[in-house]
Design a protein around this ligand. Sequence first.
Ligand code: FAD
Length: 376
Amino acid sequence: MSFRLTAEQGTIREAVREFGEAEIRPVAGEYEADERYPNGLLEAAAELDLVAPNVPEEYGGAGMDPISELLVTEELWRADPGIGGSISAARFGTEMLLEYGDDWMKEEWLPRITAGETPICMGISEPAHGSNVAGMETAAERDGDEWVVNGGKMWITNGTVADVAIVMARTGEGHGGITALLTPTDVDGYEAACIDNKLGIRAQDTAEIVLNDLRIPERNVVGEVGQGFYQLMEFFAPARADVAAQAVGVAQAALDAALDYASEREQFGQSIDEFQAIEHKLAEMATDIEASRSLAYRAGAAIESGNDHLATKLASMSKLFASERAVDVTDEAIQVHGGAGYVTDHPVERFYRDARITKIYDGTSEIQKNIIADHL
Ligand SMILES: Cc1cc2nc3c(=O)[nH]c(=O)nc-3n(C[C@H](O)[C@H](O)[C@H](O)COP(=O)(O)OP(=O)(O)OC[C@H]3O[C@@H](n4cnc5c(N)ncnc54)[C@H](O)[C@@H]3O)c2cc1C
């Protein structure tokens, strides 16, 4: 078992870091304050193959291995969870298209996504059903060779900026009664409204979607009718490992900022990083991050190996651990800054707010514990 990145993975990490430092960091505060989706930066990132890097080269992607994908997400989030997170979330749904979509779906949409022209969005959660995915009520009824969809989706990343969506809808009873449907978003019956009062990741687009007699042709079923829930479950392992990488990235950003500040700030005639209390904080933060990173990469390796049981367990463990640690680490980064950490002059208050989402989406910490327990 190797704990070393390959030379190629090291190069990928460096390239994303350079891009983040040059293009994202300098404008991160501005995009957050304006709650502005980073359209132009999505295209710039696409030129470096950083948008949907999981997609194979034939559709314009980079065809990266799972650990390289995690490196991309980690470095984008290290640069800034709002902008970097928008770039890494542009792919959310491509996994389903690649595995289950028909060729025409892949040919029509994947090259546009990898080029940074549009992100894709994935409508699973609803106002009344979040953790309980199988409880969803959005209904699709057959009418000739079309499905007519009525219902609503909640908290959908990229909901107002994506040109294409995968909508999960009920076509029958129980777990075997959910179907994935592909739809362009500029059609009658699809209305998305931006949720603009988020705690963090404010440059990311999050939407509530109302589906009112939305007509979707039969040929737009992704995979098989009634198999949507099971198809979805397959992609939760990579999605959760990805959230772990997000958490590692934002925690590392907070540690970097804390290290810089602690070496510059003086109290009682000495730099505060000479106080053992501060040194110990920094040591604990760094240890939490390394442990989170190791678990995330281990989940990536399990995903690559194709061992689904292990991948599901490690992905949930890594998401649980890294997200909880990221909230602690970003909190401690504020503490190292003292009062200066409590205002927007320094990025750590933003990192603290941004980190909080990693404990919630793609399955809350409580749900991850349920999954881990089921896999012991
Ligand atoms: C910014 C953001 C972006 C998002 N992006 C997307 C997206 O792109 N697509 C999408 O479909 N969804 C998205 N979500 C939704 C997200 O996945 C859900 O918010 C999450 O799954 C929790 O569901 P909920 O909010 O309905 O909370 P609830 O399910 O109502 O949970 C409330 C509380 O009860 C706990 N709980 C619930 N059930 C159990 C149980 N069985 N055991 C123990 N505790 C339990 C939860 O852990 C939580 O603490 C996003 C959410 C946010 C905030």
